[in-house]
Design a protein. Structure first.
Ligand SMILES: [Zn+2]
Length: 417
């Protein structure tokens, strides 16, 4: 019989931090609405900075509002190993999305310092800004994009939130200078590991607490607009219509069916449709809808997209509709670093935490960080696979198990063996 290894992480510590963070922007019993640069968000980042200080970390805030806590290494000139996630939430979302990765990172570094003192390589825990785009619809990955230098100088002036406030105003409200966003860019990060809740059903289905991400899905998001001719619903014969709703119905059911027939892991979603004029007795003039198509396999993604686009053009042509296809975002799948994945797998084994390798169907800050660093992710089981909802839940035991794996992996990477 094998003994359960001693745990480095006290589950109580993780649980109480999650509960304390959830107070900032609490909605109802379990929900959180913590929008970037809001007073609740500022209070949460202050709490994070305080925990970093208490854990013996050196705290810095960058010009976009990311909070960094460093455990300085003996070889301070080497590139750093960073871990963390985002502190903003959906509106409202749950208490674990993003927050668990921030708590896990701070806990990991504080525990490593307590047990082993200074590392060889500098470790950093980071609490990132606006991953969700829940306040500013076009500002997703704001914090991680600032770090990799992918925010344009004019972008803060251009962006406007759902509340009508511009990014410039919101940043000033939080005590930040929007003119200095570019200064958040850095080139000293070698490794980035993000711990995050799975937000899907696979770990629960496999009855495992922890997943190790091997790749993050690629995607393309379209806005498809079909223009026809509005007319009377009673007097226009079917064979004389240019009906964009008929075309949209055919395309929507076609793209969903294509993804279904191609099988896992590809997925296609039509989540939004705008009908003009949207009247009961009028053939619409225009139907616009979004298509979100994803696959973590580069070839499968290309095939899926090619089939979707061919269908759109074929239907529009046959039904004499004007098609306009706008690509809003497009990203190839991102591979996690195989050596890092192996280090995390070994950490899970050493901790006695059962884990499996898997794919992330959701996008994450780690995907941005992949442009400047080697990356990997640790996933923790989500109850019922539910996320982006106040019903999101992860047990304390699972949250601690994931944090344990993260901590041991960081130990392997930053301390001499
Ligand atoms: Zn998240």
């Amino acid at each position: 019989m094998t003994e359960t290894p001693e745990r480095w992480i006290d589950p109580e510590r993780v649980e109480s931090a999650i509960a304390a963070l959830a107070e900032h922007g609490a909605r109802g019993e379990t929900g959180v609405a913590r929008l970037v640069y809001s007073p609740e968000w500022v209070a949460a980042q202050d709490q994070v900075a305080a925990w970093m200080s208490e854990g013996g970390l050196r705290v810095e805030r960058d010009t976009v509002g990311n909070v960094w806590g460093y455990l300085d290494g003996r070889q301070g000139d080497l590139p750093i190993i960073a871990t963390g996630s985002h502190i903003d939430s959906q509106n409202p979302g749950g208490r674990f999305d993003g927050a668990l990765g921030v708590v896990a990172g701070i806990t990991a570094l504080a525990v490593l310092r307590e047990r082993f003192g200074d590392p060889e390589r500098t470790l950093a825990a980071v609490s990132l800004v606006e991953e969700e785009a829940s306040r500013f619809p076009a500002a997703n990955f704001w914090g991680s994009r600032a770090i990799i230098g992918r925010i344009g100088t004019e972008e803060p002036k251009r962006l406007r939130g759902y509340d009508g406030v511009t990014m410039v105003e919101a940043m000033r409200d939080a005590g930040l200078d929007p003119g200095l966003v570019q200064d958040a860019k850095r080139d000293d990060i070698d490794t980035f590991i993000e711990l995050h809740i799975e937000q899907g059903p696979f770990l629960e289905h496999e009855n495992l607490p922890v997943g190790i991400v091997e790749r993050i899905t690629g995607y393309r998001q379209y806005l498809v607009t079909l223009e026809g001719a509005a007319n009377h619903a009673g007097t226009t014969p079917m064979d004389m219509r240019r009906d964009p709703m008929a075309g949209a119905a055919e395309i929507i059911s076609g793209v969903i069916d294509t993804a279904f027939r191609m099988g896992r892991p590809c997925v296609t979603t039509v989540g939004r449709a705008i009908v003009t004029p949207n009247e009961r007795a009028v053939i619409p003039q225009q139907v616009a809808f979004t298509v979100d198509a994803r696959s973590p396999l580069p070839e499968q993604r290309e095939t899926l997209l090619a089939r979707h686009e061919a269908l759109m053009f074929e239907v529009a042509e046959r039904r004499d509709l004007k098609l306009s296809l706008r690509v809003d975002s497009d990203r190839q799948p991102v591979m996690c670093d195989p050596a890092l994945v192996e280090t995390i797998a070994q950490a899970a084994t050493a901790a006695g935490v059962p884990a499996m390798t898997m794919t992330s169907g959701a996008v994450h800050d780690a995907m941005q960080m992949a442009e400047i660093a080697r990356i990997a992710m640790v996933f923790v089981r989500s109850a019922g696979g539910i996320s982006h909802s106040p019903d999101e839940f992860t047990t304390t035991e699972d949250a601690a198990a994931g944090t344990e794996v993260l901590t041991r992996a960081l130990h392997t990477l930053a301390y001499p063996s």
